[in-house]
Design a protein around this ligand. Structure first.
Ligand SMILES: [Mn+2]
Length: 211
């Protein structure tokens, strides 16, 4: 951070987003965030723990690391949620986009809305691989059916080009659940896509090269 680097971090457990956001907020103040995930990760506690992979964004709001009015969560679903469970997020100003809102369509129009909501300020991108459907990304610990496609994932990341992205992560890839390595290949490609939308990176669509 002291040398002006933009962190792109690989996980592993989604808990890693919390210390990264702490460091970013020290430099930038509360940041906006695009969060792709099957789960909201806003639990107050998990198995009695305040810091776990289901709680980082509750802590991030409490510690004023993210600006709720500049947060969008995409792909939420899952068997463990009640209808009220997203009320806390919307009270913080989050735009919550459940997976159902993404089914059968391009996410390019949604990303126009996202860019408008996030505006000119600093933005963090937190990408949980389980936001994508297990058909494309089975190698994760808490797979949920009915998720995003790999092309929608690319649309989301490319749709962030032009935003002031100050950091990103790609988390919850779990090699023991990924015996054929296809989830890791997808994750690596999504990180490449992230690299291409960082401010100051020139990307040539035709030759697929980063300068
Ligand atoms: Mn997560």
């Amino acid at each position: 951070m002291n040398h002006g680097a933009i962190p792109l971090t690989l996980g592993g457990d989604h808990t890693i987003a919390l210390p990264i956001l702490r460091a970013l907020a020290k430099k930038h103040g509360p940041v906006g965030m695009v969060h792709i995930d099957a789960h909201a990760d806003i639990n107050d506690e998990m198995f009695g723990e305040k810091i776990a992979h289901g709680t980082p964004f509750r802590r991030a709001v409490e510690e004023n690391l993210i600006d709720g009015n500049r947060v969008v969560q995409i792909g939420l679903r899952g068997t463990g949620y009640s209808a009220e469970e997203f009320d806390w997020s919307t009270q913080q100003g989050f735009r919550v986009v459940p997976a159902e809102e993404c089914w059968y369509k391009s996410l390019t129009p949604l990303m126009a809305e996202v860019r408008e909501k996030l505006g000119d300020g600093p933005v963090y991108l937190s990408f949980d691989i389980d936001g994508i459907d297990p058909a494309f990304a089975p190698g994760t610990g808490t797979a949920e059916i009915g998720g995003l496609t790999s092309t929608q994932a690319i649309e989301i990341i490319r749709g962030m080009r032009g935003l002031d992205v100050v950091g990103g992560d790609l988390v919850e890839v779990s090699p023991p659940y990924d015996p054929f390595g296809n989830t890791s290949v997808l994750a690596a490609n999504l990180l490449f896509e992230m690299l291409c939308i960082l401010p100051g990176v020139r990307y040539d669509d035709k030759v697929k090269a980063v300068y």
